[in-house]
Design a binder for this molecule. Structure first.
Ligand code: ADP
Ligand code: MG
Length: 211
């Protein structure tokens, strides 16, 4: 079984993973990390608790250009709790890495605070669809430089009625980034979304037990 280093993750992050007791990639990580590093669009279907967060976070971190102050990665999640959790996980992963900035953008949070943060360099934005669309329409966030785009918990997005917002964000603010879609189940609305926006996606399905 390959370790994270062999999958292409830098040693500083591998060290952090190890210190947290994460030595062996989960099956979804083992298959998703190389595909994302190769620049492929990905559809990943795996149940909750199989390690999907790091499956997209780790390769994204490898592809961030810290010399640039543009937003390079956008991660959409259905809930503010999940947005907070993912940004926390990213911050934990870059403890030993210089120069990568992450911002969580979600409803219920002070807009002034978000605006202040948005004026600085933010390489990765983790957001819920509604609040992000507010920022897009106010012109307070520029996402044209986004080259990596993740839709996390796509089936939950659908259940919560966020697919129209997701479509608007893609149509109005993004310029054909590499796209990764993660979901525990694949209702036809999600397959349709994937067919509309993903280009020759690698389809990764894992029926593994939880970590
Ligand atoms: P999912 O998004 O598939 O529901 P998460 O990404 O939230 O799953 O991961 C579930 C749990 O597994 C988290 O507590 C995470 O820290 C842990 N985890 C993720 N990858 C590994 C790994 N390679 N080894 C051990 N634990 C891991
Ligand atoms: Mg998840």
């Amino acid at each position: 079984m390959p370790d994270f280093l062999q999958l292409g993750i830098r040693k500083e992050i591998n060290y952090t993973l190890k210190s947290l007791g994460m030595v062996t990639p989960t099956p979804i990580q083992e298959r998703t990390i190389p595909a994302v590093l190769e620049g492929k669009d990905v559809i990943a279907k795996a149940q909750t608790g199989t390690g999907k967060t790091l499956a997209f976070v780790l390769p994204i971190l490898e592809k961030i250009d810290v010399q640039s102050s543009d937003v390079q990665a956008l991660i959409l999640t259905p809930t503010r709790e999940l947005a907070q959790q993912i940004s926390k996980e990213i911050k934990r992963m870059i403890e030993n890495v210089e120069g990568i900035n992450v911002l969580a953008v979600y409803g219920g949070q002070d807009v002034e605070h978000q605006l202040k943060k948005l004026r600085g360099a933010q390489h990765i934005v983790v957001a819920t669809p509604g609040r992000l669309l507010d920022h897009i329409r106010r012109g307070t966030i520029d996402l044209l430089s986004v080259k990596m785009f993740v839709i996390d918990e796509a089936d939950q997005m659908l259940l919560m009625g966020f697919l129209p917002e997701v479509n608007k964000i893609i149509d109005e603010a993004l310029s054909s980034p590499q796209t990764m879609l993660f979901s525990a189940t694949m209702p036809h609305e999600i397959t349709t979304l994937a067919q509309k926006y993903l280009v020759e996606p690698e389809i990764i399905e894992v029926k593994a037990k939880k970590v």
